[in-house]
Design a binder for this molecule. Sequence first.
Ligand SMILES: NCc1[nH]cc(CCC(=O)O)c1CC(=O)O
Length: 311
Amino acid sequence: MSKPAFPIVIATRESRLALWQAEHVKARLQALGHPVTLLGMTTKGDQILDRSLSKVGGKGLFVKELEVALEEGRADIAVHSLKDVPMDLPEGFELACVMEREDPRDAFVSPQYASLQDLPEGAVVGTSSLRRTVLLRALRPDLRIEPLRGNLDTRLKKLDDGHYAGIVLAAAGLKRLGLGARVRHEFAPDSMLPAAGQGALGIEIRSGRPELRAALAPLADHTSWLTVTAERAVSRTMGGSCSMPLAAHGQWQGDELVLHAAWGEPDSASTALIRASSRRPVADLASAADLGEEVAELLLAAGARRATING
Ligand SMILES: NCc1[nH]cc(CCC(=O)O)c1CC(=O)O
């Protein structure tokens, strides 16, 4: 009883990483018999390069234009780095599937230094992520953390031009673009706790398209989906913003999901981190979300603050 394989249009940003991700999904769907085309578009998040994303409305800026394309029927699916997807999608949209996760860790990249520990006192490190900033401050309070925006190639160019002694970015993006050789050190999750959803791809569709959802089902990775659901529930409970100084990372021990989270003071020179963790057997999305909420409540009880800005 083979269903007819209908054509699918993928809306995608045009950065090299976004295109790689869209091509990856395209290949998977083509292997299932679907004719697939890409619809490339530039988002607000791609255009604004001079300000920190947390100050201009958060990472939702990367997904909005793609949602408009879905809404207008110009495209069927949008492929996202899950890390960039707001915790609650707008009314009328849903996450149809989460795919197998790439490496969720952060990577240290530097022409001269093999690791963060090797950096000289007061060295300049580039990142624009509030999460990485608070975690780096806790590890090396002496470092000077300077903003670093732009797509992966732009960030590496700024590093190579000598603006930074080292930079920190997601290992997943580098590996997808064949730039894994640039990684000098991958941080153990207990020193640089990854962002909720880092390394995972999510596919968004308009709600109420069961045939499309069924077509995407073979691309889903259930374990990755459970893990990121728990991580994202921490963010959602903390206020729904993805531009928070917040890390959340789940690891499996047998059928138990062990969920760690950390929160840092965003606006001060404080180097203290608030950490919380819990574990439980997780078999469905609801129990994964419950675990995330529990860990968020632990963070809040220990003094972490909910996000106050939208994003
Ligand atoms: N914020 C941009 C972004 N969104 C997803 C990734 C990496 C790939 C991923 O996490 O899936 C990156 C680059 C980075 O954080 O270094």
